[in-house]
Design a protein around this ligand. Structure first.
Ligand SMILES: C[S@@+](CC[C@H](N)C(=O)[O-])C[C@H]1O[C@@H](n2cnc3c(N)ncnc32)[C@H](O)[C@@H]1O
Length: 334
């Protein structure tokens, strides 16, 4: 049964975060399950505008970022499914859920509890959106969804979320598209919040492709292959600097080794789940205008790089510092 802690309000596209809409629009183009259905409830002018924002000026192709985001989604989704099946984990906690369809798609197929959280006020509309998608698609959930407003860095809102988590039982924690918005200091805080949640639930796993997507050498390699990609990367950097005062040159890891070391030094054991390990293609369609040779290079490097990592607590890893600051005031309730 699906529980919804939110008012039933008409969904208005103007209330939804542009980056979350852009991600959803890209997922829909790439054939991610249920993305098109979610998108159907959101005004198309807004989608076009937001997709343009994240991608291109001057009519350059907008598509060279798509494979990266498709690989992020499919590898994370595939790794979550694998670990639910192999380890019998019953609860997934997602940070920065936005309007991704992943939660609904997973509870449709698995008898799990999927807890979606996000910082934005617009997230109040997510339960309504899921309800509508279920109605038009005649979807019967095998599991249940919960929705809470939660800041993944300060953990404001966590008191109520924690009530959903059974003490001592392992859970999967996941996030897609969050780390890009975090300074190094906030990435540290986020990792330490995750660690605290995992510490009291032995066997828990953190599944995310956000870290592998945050390495500068990947963007440099892509830029060498595609001028459009380089333009998009530079635009994204300029946009984040102007709008959020985030400098991606400062917050991006130089390469995968550095990213891995960052998390290993903080007590995590890191395993990579790439296309070979997962056993299926991470990119179904490319929409790329590159010539065949460059297209192959881009897809090959992207499928090897932009993939889910599984982070577990190394044995003996203690939790330093106090518990997350707890404040239940942000629960989504009618
Ligand atoms: C690019 S969207 C990604 C959404 C979704 N995970 C997906 O894959 O489509 C980024 C999301 O991060 C959320 N966000 C940004 N900072 C956050 C924070 N500190 N805590 C929780 N959510 C945050 C935004 O509200 C937005 O929904």
């Amino acid at each position: 049964m699906k529980t919804i802690h939110a008012p039933s309000i008409e969904l208005r596209e103007s209330r939804i975060s542009p980056t979350a809409i852009a991600a959803l629009a890209i997922y829909a183009k790439c054939g991610i399950p249920l993305a098109q259905e979610f998108l159907g409830f959101i005004n198309s002018d807004k989608i076009d505008a937001s997709t343009r924002n994240i991608a291109t000026p001057q009519g350059l192709p907008t598509v060279d970022f798509f494979p990266m985001l498709e690989a992020r989604y499919r590898s994370t989704d595939g790794a979550i499914k694998r670990l639910i099946e192999e380890r019998g984990i019953e609860t997934v906690l997602e940070f920065a859920s936005g309007i991704s369809p992943v939660g609904l798609a997973l509870v449709r197929d698995y008898p799990i509890m999927f807890i979606e959280t996000d910082i934005s006020d617009e997230f109040l509309y997510k339960p309504e959106l899921c309800r509508k998608v279920m109605q038009i698609g005649n979807i019967q959930s095998r599991g249940a969804q919960q929705f809470y407003k939660l800041n993944a860095v300060t953990m404001i809102g966590f008191t109520e979320v924690e009530k959903e988590l059974q003490p001592g039982k392992p859970i999967i924690l996941t996030n897609s598209g969050l780390v890009t918005y975090l300074s190094i200091e906030d990435q540290e805080k986020f990792a330490s919040n995750i660690k605290r949640i995992m510490y009291s639930r032995p066997g828990s796993l953190w599944i995310t492709a956000d870290i592998s997507l945050h390495c500068k050498d990947y963007f440099d390699t892509m830029s060498g292959i595609s001028p459009a990609f380089e333009q998009q990367w530079n635009d994204m950097k300029a946009g984040l600097r102007a709008q959020l005062n985030i400098d991606l040159d400062e917050t991006t890891y130089a390469n995968e080794q550095q990213a891995r070391a960052f998390y290993e030094q903080r007590g995590f054991k890191v395993t990579k789940m790439d296309k070979a390990e997962l056993g299926f293609d991470l990119i179904s369609e490319s929409f790329l205008t590159l010539d065949l040779d460059k297209k192959r290079q881009l897809l090959d490097i992207t499928e090897k790089t932009c993939t889910a990592w599984i982070l577990e607590l190394r044995e003996g890893t203690g939790v330093i510092g106090s518990k997350p600051s707890l404040d239940g005031s942000n629960i989504l309730r009618p």
